[in-house]
Ligand binder design. Structure first.
Ligand SMILES: [Zn+2]
Length: 334
């Protein structure tokens, strides 16, 4: 039995930390850095549980799963474990979560909790998820704690956007790099989590989701799946009807939420289209004229991605894209 069963693809990181633990060289602050949806948060929670477990020594980074501390961790009620997430519906992590609100300044929040003595184990552990979302005041109060870490404390910052953190915070943490999940691991996680039933569907999701299990989940559900079907259906027939397709996709994109969500949906549109062209390319390997045509369309999709980065208005963007793809496409002048 190991608590690391549910996590795959991060053996190197685990070994690295085990080595540090066995030499009693665990840092007091880590920065877990790497793409989203690969299990950084779960990894951090496992690490915390292994260090808080009263039945196992630190060296193996294992947890028994049955002692009082393990039970408290699993129930989310461990008094020496503290987790900060961006509040639901908010775009940033407020200072209150670190040092308390104005009425309780310095008497609540993560920095305060860490300054107290551990209650039911021999240390205190804090995880800050999406650390790049900390407001600058919040980051500065955390910085003070990082500069003078309380004895027997461990802070783990998690992010996929290193540039969103103060350099002074980064330099106080030991960075641990997480990688995107390899295709075959992602595929097996998709199946074991029952996002889809068949190997074939799991492979498709794995390829589309760039090593990100959260994205794979999103793709297996509701709206995104709908968009993928719409594009698959119209493109697989090789006969794109812009008059029908432009309003259909535009309605879908506009229904996905505020403007950043819409832009994200537009990126997915491009991705699903590219998937179709790549599929066509694989099945027409002998016909060079068709391959050339597909290459031109794929290039048009790369331009479309660039236009999205440049914040081109989506209705205009979509219409131009679909009409270009539908018209058989001639070489664009350079
Ligand atoms: Zn335990």
């Amino acid at each position: 039995m190991t608590i690391w069963n549910t996590l795959q693809g991060h053996d190197v990181v685990l070994e690295q930390l085990k080595k540090a633990a066995s030499r009693r060289r665990l840092s007091h602050a880590y920065l877990f850095l790497g793409p989203g949806g690969v299990g950084k948060k779960l990894f951090a929670q496992n690490l915390a549980q292994s260090l808080l477990c009263e039945k196992t020594s630190d060296e193996g980074l294992e947890a028994c799963g049955i002692c009082a501390n393990c039970k408290r961790m699993q129930a989310g009620t461990h008094p020496d474990y503290y987790q900060v997430d961006c509040p639901e519906g908010k775009k940033s992590i407020p200072i209150e979560l670190f040092v308390g609100d104005e009425e309780h300044r310095g008497r609540q929040g993560l920095c305060y909790e860490l300054s107290l003595r551990p209650m039911s184990s021999d240390r205190k552990i804090a995880i800050i998820n999406d650390a790049h979302l900390m407001q600058s005041e919040a980051a500065n109060s955390l910085l003070k704690t990082l500069e003078e870490p309380p004895a027997k404390s461990l802070i783990i910052l998690i992010t996929d956007r290193e540039e969103g953190l103060l350099p002074t915070i980064r330099s106080r943490c030991q960075t641990v790099h997480f990688r995107a999940l390899p295709l075959e691991i992602l595929q097996s996680l998709i199946l074991s989590n029952e996002y889809v039933d068949s190997n074939e569907d799991a492979e498709r999701l794995a390829k589309l989701s760039d090593g990100n299990l959260e994205v794979a989940f999103e793709l297996s559900q509701g709206r995104l799946r709908e968009l993928s079907e719409v594009i698959r259906n119209s493109f697989s027939k090789g006969n794109i009807n812009p008059l029908k397709l432009v309003p259909q996709i535009l309605e879908w994109i506009e229904g996905s939420g505020e403007s950043s969500e819409q832009r994200r949906a537009a990126f997915w549109t491009v991705k699903f289209m590219a998937e179709q062209f790549l599929h066509q390319a694989r099945h027409s390997s002998s016909n060079s004229a068709i391959i050339d045509e597909i290459q031109i369309r794929l290039r048009r999709l790369r331009d479309a991605e660039q236009q999205l980065h440049e914040m081109m208005p989506i209705p205009l963007w979509l219409e131009g894209l679909i009409y270009d793809l539908a018209s058989g496409m001639r070489e664009q002048p350079a």
